[in-house]
Design a protein around this ligand. Structure first.
Ligand code: HEC
Length: 236
């Protein structure tokens, strides 16, 4: 007779502790969200979306530098014998350069231990399998933050950004947009980029992006490397 209530009491205690721990973990993960915002400049939590850094999806418990579709890992990270978990992330996020000298993760590190602990509590959820969808569903971060700071979608921009013609003459590029306007830009103010992803420009229609205070600096984004030589001609 005595045994049952004791077992029940233990079960209750275990059950209670379990819940409290899960709640603590959830609370700590929430506190880690502001620190994670720094990562979104270079990382997405969504599988297969690589920015400057690789997607962090499903990396918890995985070997470092193991995402095949990310081709820009340093030799140092590839050779480092790291499996991502609380301890390895703690060291990496304190000072990436100290763990992998020469790493291209140009991030000075999270100095405060408490901040790292909460960030890692967040990453434990976010980097688990299916974690990206879960942290969004749980209201920890927005869909946009989970996606990371991906470049703007250039596949459906307006006529004033779609380039119909681009020619080079003397020290300038003359850019004609789909609405018929032609603009001269000093060649030194023009950056040429490619975005070969599905979110890049339509084929044959590079996109004009204005930047700089006066809009005098521009970026012309092509959908492929071949298009640069196909579409830009010397013509005065
Ligand atoms: C300035 C861009 C940048 C920022 C900011 C940045 N990272 Fe990175 N991260 C990278 C790059 C680039 C790599 C690949 C490094 C290499 O190959 O040496 C990387 C690698 C990683 C890896 C290893 C990935 C793998 O596949 O093994 C993890 C984990 C990681 N970063 C987490 C973070 C977290 C968490 C933050 C925020 C606290 C962060 N990073 C901030 C650019 C960045």
């Amino acid at each position: 007779m005595l045994k049952f209530p004791v077992c029940a009491a233990i079960a209750v205690v275990i059950g209670f502790t379990g819940t409290a721990t899960a709640e603590d973990a959830a609370e700590l993960a929430k506190e880690g969200v502001p620190a994670y915002r720094l990562c979104t400049a270079c990382h997405s939590l969504q599988p297969g979306i690589h920015l400057s850094g690789p997607s962090l999806a499903d990396l918890w418990g995985k070997k470092a530098a193991s995402i095949e579709s990310y081709g820009r890992y340093t030799e140092g990270l590839k050779k480092a014998d790291i499996v991502w978990g609380a301890d390895t992330l703690n060291a990496w996020l304190a000072n990436p350069q100290a763990i992998v000298p020469g790493t291209t993760m140009t991030f000075r590190g999270v100095e405060k231990k408490e901040t790292r602990m909460s960030l890692i509590a967040f990453l434990r959820q976010a980097m688990a399998e299916g974690g990206s969808a879960k942290v969004v569903k749980d209201g920890l971060i927005s869909h946009d933050s989970a996606e990371g700071q991906i470049p703007p979608d250039l596949s459906s921009v307006g006529e004033n950004q779609r380039i119909k013609e681009i020619r080079h003459c003397r020290d300038a590029y003359y850019v004609t947009t789909a609405d018929g306007a032609e603009f001269p830009f000093w060649e030194t103010n023009v950056r040429i980029k490619t975005d070969t992803s599905a979110r890049g420009p339509q084929k044959g229609e590079p996109v004009l992006l204005r930047s700089g205070m006066a809009g005098d600096r521009v970026t012309v984004v092509f959908s492929s490397l071949a298009e640069i030589s196909l579409l830009v001609a010397e013509k005065c």
